[in-house]
Design a protein around this ligand. Structure first.
Ligand code: HPA
Length: 248
């Protein structure tokens, strides 16, 4: 099996990795089914990096239909042990406005009805994995170090609230999330993070703030055009950061 220095899962607005060269495509089948699309493996700034578009390359899968288990198992099958999850999010608290990049250290799960464990199959052993620190602390610190080296501004910490979607939240839901301690809101952070833990993968989140969450900031309507433009603008430094992270 080839050594993959880093696997990257792209979220809304990130359907491929710029600067990934010599790309080969892998259609991987897993015991949990088929991942969202082909895994693209290539060389990024000298490092072997795998990339998978979480929603499919044509953004055709809503958050609750994503086969998170197959996505992570497929990345593991091709040789990845470390996963950087890119998550497009809304910002709730002041430090997390549009175009901010953040590396959260906590999460709260508000999703429901998703297959959220590997322990569903008859006869599989039930695991109660430790999840006090939902993101692998060592990988998080490497993400922060890579941002520093490459001069990419990155907010250290924050709590990611995972909502069901695909609709955006009501103002009252976001107000509740703020009271709960959430700084960021997105729809795909869970069960991905806990499945990664069950699989024994190192996993960290790099959240890209695309908009103020409902009722935050100026309270304007959230449009997909705004979301995509902000993700694009905020992603400029990502190839260098990811290349540096893969190196370390
Ligand atoms: N809420 C939930 N998910 C999101 C948002 C939001 O405001 N923006 C981007 N993903």
């Amino acid at each position: 099996m080839e050594h993959i220095a880093l696997a990257v899962i792209g979220g809304t607005g990130v359907y491929k990795l710029a600067q990934l060269d010599d790309v080969s495509s892998h259609q991987v089948e897993t015991r949990y089914g088929t991942p969202s699309g082909p895994i693209r493996v290539g060389t990024l700034l000298g490092q072997r990096v795998a990339f998978l578009a979480r929603h499919g390359e044509g953004h055709s899968l809503p958050p609750h239909k994503i086969n998170y288990r197959a996505n992570l198992a497929a990345l593991q099958q091709i040789g990845a042990t470390r996963v950087l999850a890119l998550n497009t999010v809304g910002g709730i608290t002041d430090a997390f406005g549009p175009r901010v990049l953040a590396c959260p250290d906590q999460l709260i799960d508000y999703t429901w009805g998703r297959i959220s464990t590997l322990c569903e199959e008859p006869g599989s052993e039930v695991l109660h994995v430790d999840f006090g620190h939902p993101y692998t602390p060592m990988l998080r610190s490497k993400v922060l170090a890579a941002a520093k080296v490459t001069g990419v501004r990155l907010q250290d910490g924050g709590c990611y609230g995972a909502t069901q979607g695909p609709r955006l939240e009501t103002n009252a839901e976001i107000a509740r999330m703020r009271r709960d301690g959430c700084d960021l809101v997105g729809m795909t952070g869970m069960p991905e993070a806990s499945l990664a833990r069950e699989l024994g993968l190192d996993y960290a989140c790099l959240a890209i703030v695309a908009n103020w969450a409902a009722g935050c900031g100026d309270g304007d309507e959230i449009t997909m055009a705004e979301v995509l433009a902000n993700v694009d603008a905020a992603s400029a430094g990502l190839p260098e950061l990811i290349g540096e992270l893969a190196r370390g």
